[in-house]
Design a protein around this ligand. Structure first.
Ligand SMILES: [Zn+2]
Length: 73
């Protein structure tokens, strides 16, 4: 966590389409600029929307995104 050489990324909860629930993916960049879709660190192309506070709490972290970033650190 002390390394400043790590590429910047941010996390954002992504809803599972019209199903309930979703996953928190990591994305490249400093923050979400409001783009409607992006490619997550794990390679998944997902639609983005403003997450609710409940999304942040209830969506599990994407394991592939997490492992990928860990491998880069
Ligand atoms: Zn992911």
């Amino acid at each position: 966590m002390t390394s400043t050489r790590t590429a910047r990324h941010f996390w954002l909860p992504v809803a599972n389409g019209n199903q309930r629930g979703g996953v928190r993916h990591a994305f490249r960049g400093g923050r979400w600029d409001g783009q409607p879709a992006d490619v997550a660190v794990c390679g998944e192309h997902v639609a983005l929307a403003h997450p609710s506070e409940l999304d942040w709490i209830s969506f599990p972290t994407c394991g592939t995104c997490s492992e990928t970033l860990k491998g880069e650190a």
